[in-house]
Design a protein around this ligand. Structure first.
Ligand SMILES: [Zn+2]
Length: 328
């Protein structure tokens, strides 16, 4: 999504509001763009920056070919600063550094843009520092904050920003896009339940790591049936070797959730709802083994494991507890 007309296809309202203000030459000095992953937050932020700097802008559309547009794309424009969480949060030092940069006069012009990704992770100190910045608006400085959760942003910051609420992506539309890009209908369903991001979905669908992850999920579930005494070993020898990073482990749990939901759907005769498995003998065998009650409790256990990972409980511990509870 590189132009307003492309963005308008998935975010018609946001695109209209922003392009109207560009045409009237009334770009806000602070935006808070709120939307789920993959809804276009970053694309919109980059486009606003290009609008402000492009040498050959036509109406609201930057040219995308001038030197300035290219430098913004490659992250090399001296007056466009991007701040991302350092680990779990955006720290006050990062904001101090940004402000230090801003005290030097612009290299290209007086115009400056800063984009804050994951603005909900600003620490209290960092957020207060940003607030001071926003309280003394400078005509030549534009702040663009991006967040998946605008409620965790200080109300005093929110009130100083123009808030752009992005719409959630329509899953059917997204699946169609994936199929157009070459995925089978089955993979498109699976991918669209894991991400809203087209690039990510395409990457995973061709990824060996991901194919192996799917295989391990099936093996783990089958090991509960075939030889439950080995499950624990299986976790240590195979599962934890493959799902090493926390984000990978989160994805493993996500896949387990989808697989167990399918087994439950098979009980309920909801073939339309199947995402991980296809309707086949394997699924039938699994649904004979796990009762509906047990599946419901397994799904709760998995959701609980997901929460624990987010709360930084040690991954090995989470998986060990999980297996014990499923085996029960
Ligand atoms: Zn340009």
């Amino acid at each position: 999504m590189k132009t307003w007309s492309e963005i308008a296809k998935i975010q018609p309202m946001a695109s209209k509001v922003i392009t109207n203000s560009i045409k009237k030459d009334r770009i806000s000095h602070a935006y808070l763009i709120h939307g789920a992953r993959g809804t276009g937050k970053e694309a919109i932020a980059v486009l606003i920056a290009k609008v402000l700097f492009c040498e050959n802008r036509q109406g609201a559309e930057p040219c995308l070919t001038c030197n300035t547009c290219k430098r913004i794309d490659s992250g090399n424009h001296p007056d466009v600063h991007v701040i991302e969480p350092d680990g779990q949060s955006i720290k006050i030092e990062q904001i101090k550094n940004l402000q230090k940069e801003f005290t030097y006069s612009g290299l290209e012009s007086d115009q400056k843009v800063y984009i804050i990704k994951g603005a909900e992770t600003l620490t209290a100190n960092a957020a207060n520092r940003i607030l001071k910045f926003l309280e003394e608006p400078n005509q030549k400085t534009t702040a663009i904050m991006l967040t998946e959760n605008s409620q965790s942003i200080l109300a005093t910051i929110r009130s100083r920003c123009q808030i752009i609420d992005l719409q959630p992506l329509n899953p059917t539309h997204f699946q169609e896009k994936l199929v157009e890009s070459g995925l089978t209908v089955t993979s498109a369903k699976l991918m669209s339940s894991l991400t809203n991001n087209l690039d990510e979905a395409l990457e995973w669908s061709g990824d060996e790591w991901f194919a192996e992850a799917r295989k391990l999920v099936v093996q783990l579930i089958e090991s509960f049936i075939d030889n439950s005494s080995d499950v624990y070993l299986y976790i240590h020898n195979h599962w934890l070797n493959h799902f090493k990073e926390r984000t990978q482990l989160e994805q493993g749990i996500e896949l387990l959730l989808l697989a167990f939901k399918d087994i439950l759907y098979s009980h309920l005769g909801n073939e339309e709802g199947l995402i991980f498995f296809q309707q086949d003998e394997r699924l039938e065998r699994l649904s004979m083994y796990f009762s509906q009650d047990r599946l419901t409790s397994i799904l709760h256990t998995l959701l609980d494991a997901k929460r624990k990972l987010k709360q930084n409980v040690h991954p090995t511990l989470v998986m060990e507890q999980l297996t014990l509870q499923i085996e029960r």
